[in-house]
Design a binder for this molecule. Structure first.
Ligand code: 9MG
Length: 286
């Protein structure tokens, strides 16, 4: 799936929850979702991540029927108009199976295939999987998250989930890892994860990072601007660049055009350093 793609890969977010595309009935939501997909494709997105369950802190779970109803028509509709790689953001075995039938390419599971039946459904689907680390569940995860050793705890979790996937028949090369920025982590823990992504690179899998418009970014910017809409985008793009420079292969973003442009500049600078063969020096401003 990723062979034809440049790295780093920009994954565009397509939320099909009721709060994301305001009402208007099913057809209107499908049309709006496809319109937004076309926009992201025009802006240079590499893969579109479609999700029908809000996983924001405090969010309640949705039923399987609701999720199938929201997500699968959009996957089918998008596949009809484009061969863009499609990721489906789900933890549900039924949605995994239906997504594969609708010709999705990747299952992005914030619960790392821990829900009953998800591992077997993912293995049977033949799709690539993204295993995300989350401490707790979306309803409670931000209430005082505690780790004995943040990076090591996440690494141990990854090793266990990789072993479970391989045991269920998912080949190693179909596995992507995500440390779960914002999922049961404090602001400081989130920042540490971005600084220490190389710790997870030792597991030999592509890393996905999603920090777009998350509360850690808005907390950093809090109080600096009267209206922080544009600044939240700029802050998210800066975070994505840092993640890529520290080893992320895929960034999950809302703002595709801004991220693609920023990454083009980043690539030019990084390539010049590589081509000229000198060692970068960092000088702090005095
Ligand atoms: C669905 N979703 C929301 N945030 C996410 C993140 O950071 N990573 C992944 N893989 N999925 C996410």
């Amino acid at each position: 799936m990723f062979d034809r793609l440049r790295t780093p890969i920009v994954m565009g977010i397509l939320n099909v929850t009721p709060d994301s595309f305001s009402d208007g009935g099913k057809f209107a939501s499908l049309e709006l979702a496809l319109e937004h997909s076309r926009k992201m494709i025009d802006e240079g997105v590499d893969i579109i991540d479609i999700g029908g369950e809000s996983t924001r802190p405090g969010a309640s779970p949705v039923s399987t029927e609701q999720e199938l109803d929201r997500v699968i028509p959009v996957v089918e509709g998008l596949r009809k108009i484009s061969d863009i790689p499609i990721s489906v953001d789900t933890s549900s075995p039924q949605v995994i199976t239906a997504a594969a039938q609708a010709e999705a390419n990747l299952i992005n599971d914030v619960r790392a295939l821990r829900r009953e039946g998800a591992l077997d459904a993912a293995a049977a689907s033949g799709l690539a999987v993204c295993l995300m680390h989350m401490q707790g569940n979306p309803e409670t995860m931000q209430i005082n998250p505690v780790y004995s050793d943040l990076l090591n705890d996440i690494k141990v979790f990854f090793k266990q989930r990789i072993a479970a996937c391989v045991g269920a028949g998912i080949p190693e090369e179909r596995i992507i890892l995500d440390p779960g920025f914002g999922f049961g982590k404090t602001t400081q823990q989130n920042l540490r994860i971005i600084n220490c992504l190389s710790e997870f690179k030792t597991l030999g899998k592509p890393l996905l990072v999603g920090l777009s418009r998350k509360s850690t970014i808005s907390k950093i910017l809090d109080g600096m601007f009267a209206d922080s809409g544009q600044e939240l985008i700029a802050g998210s793009v800066a975070g994505a660049l840092m993640a890529v420079n520290n080893g992320a292969s895929i960034v999950r973003v809302h703002d595709v055009a801004a991220t693609v442009a920023a990454m083009a500049v980043q690539k030019a600078i990084n390539t010049e350093v590589a081509a000229a063969g000198y060692v970068k020096t960092t000088k702090m401003n005095e």
